[in-house]
Write a protein that binds this ligand. Sequence first.
Ligand SMILES: NC(=O)c1ccc[n+]([C@@H]2O[C@H](COP(=O)([O-])OP(=O)(O)OC[C@H]3O[C@@H](n4cnc5c(N)ncnc54)[C@H](OP(=O)(O)O)[C@@H]3O)[C@@H](O)[C@H]2O)c1
Length: 251
Amino acid sequence: MTGGPRKTAFVTGASRGIGAAIALGLAREGFDIAVSSTRADKLSDVVTGLKAAGARAAPVALDVRSQASIDKAMAAAVDALGGLDVLVNNAGIPLKKPALEVTGAEWDEVIGTNLAGTFFMSQRMGRHLVETGRPGCIISIASTHGLIGLADRALYGIAKAGVMHMTRMLAIEWAERGIRVNAIAPGRVETASRAESFTDPGYREWATARVPLGRFGTVEEIAAAVCYLASPGAAYITGQTLVMDGGLTAC
Ligand SMILES: NC(=O)c1ccc[n+]([C@@H]2O[C@H](COP(=O)([O-])OP(=O)(O)OC[C@H]3O[C@@H](n4cnc5c(N)ncnc54)[C@H](OP(=O)(O)O)[C@@H]3O)[C@@H](O)[C@H]2O)c1
């Protein structure tokens, strides 16, 4: 980013993993950042890293399943940074479970977090951008599980497919207001939340064998794509999902 006042971004689910890397990547590009976790005390390491990168950093508590929490977190982020230009909907939870066994509570939890949480955060960001007349952008982290079928991931995949279609719908609805809406669909990325799978040597071998580039993605690669989509260079991109999967879904 060059010249002008510093831009601001809100990265949800930034206590670790992909969200923490996105926040740091944006900070290195000159953004001031609000970061969230369901528990604000889990953000101290990330905040230290953001400050070391020269950014103003605002830790915010957020549970995307709660409308009241969304309103409170948005208000806190806007208040701390003086307004928001970019929202990154990264908060999400995995679920690996046969469809035959999924419960109503699990449906509410996964859809409530990954799909409804992304929608209502986007809605509040949309309202903020419209009210302030800012030409901002929204970037949501979807998944290749929303593009191709895989056993035991139905609920997660349904939510992520919804995120990608939401991206198209909101992009069209808000284009005339100068608001861009995009998504990124990563394939497998090695993060702590997926540790159980990644430490199983059988899984690692099976999963990488299906990827033409022969490896998993990294959190830094996802962060670099978010930085691009948030940059002026991506000003003509909206309603798109950038698939980052080492070629998995091109097969
Ligand atoms: N890792 C992969 O292979 C992969 C692949 C494709 C897509 N993705 C997507 O990428 C995103 C990040 O994945 P990750 O592996 O980095 O996950 P992670 O390490 O488990 O981090 C998830 C983050 O989301 C937050 N979160 C969870 N539930 C929340 C809720 N109800 N309200 C607000 N925040 C909540 C967590 O907050 P707390 O600090 O409170 O726990 C945490 O900061 C997710 O949307 C995931 O579906 C991941």
